[in-house]
Design a protein around this ligand. Structure first.
Ligand code: VGL
Ligand code: ZN
Length: 188
């Protein structure tokens, strides 16, 4: 399991979670070292494309005034507002032509931290024969955590690339790590 290429096998998908400008330094909800995941993920993306492993990119994509924003009683400053630069993927992230986007956070009535939360992603994985999901991205203690736990609940093997994720809070990041491991995620 040394190189990205050796990791991938039939039945895998790569899920890159929320590597968007607002979660990187200089963004509206910056994660320390958030941009450092890009180079790591690009190696996995390249390897996946070469081996015909499907690559999914989730994005947080909120309407103005979203319920998760502090002004509306939520936890977060405004971030990843639809069609803003902050909502765009990090410019160096390699979005291959064959990539599949998963858009979440668009609901007016609730937040969706997990890429599986009412997106149909579990259905898509099942219909495409995906058994194991290799994942990384931002943020380790929020959307990565929620997606990994949901993926396990949905019956997928979940593999977290630890060098390809960073938390909003180091303390919460450690807690999320233990929780994901405890729930059955494999950590690479
Ligand atoms: C996220 C905070 C708020 C994430 C999304 O993608 O981890 N974090 N919305
Ligand atoms: Zn959000």
């Amino acid at each position: 399991m040394g190189t990205p290429s050796e990791l991938f096998k039939d039945g895998d998908a790569l899920l890159v979670i929320d590597v968007q400008n607002d979660f990187c330094p200089g963004g509206k909800l910056p994660v320390e070292g958030g941009d450092a995941v890009v180079a790591v993920l690009n190696r996995y993306i390249d390897a996946a494309v070469k081996k015909n492993i499907p690559v999914f990119f989730s994005r947080d994509f909120h309407p103005n005034g979203h319920i998760s924003f502090q002004k509306a009683g939520g936890d977060w400053p405004p971030h990843c507002v639809q069609d803003t630069k902050g909502a765009q993927f990090h410019p160096e992230l390699k979005i291959a032509e064959s990539s599949i986007l998963v858009t979440k956070g668009v609901r007016f009535d609730k937040d969706q931290n997990s890429a599986f939360d009412q997106t149909g992603l579990a259905y898509k994985f099942r219909s495409d024969g995906v058994k194991r999901v290799i994942t990384g991205g931002l943020a380790q203690d929020v959307c990565v955590r929620a997606s990994v736990l949901d993926g396990l609940r949905e019956g997928f093997e979940m593999v977290l690339l630890l060098s390809a994720t960073r938390p909003v809070s180091p303390e919460e990041g450690r807690r999320a790590f233990e929780e994901m491991k405890e729930a059955g995620a494999k950590i690479v």
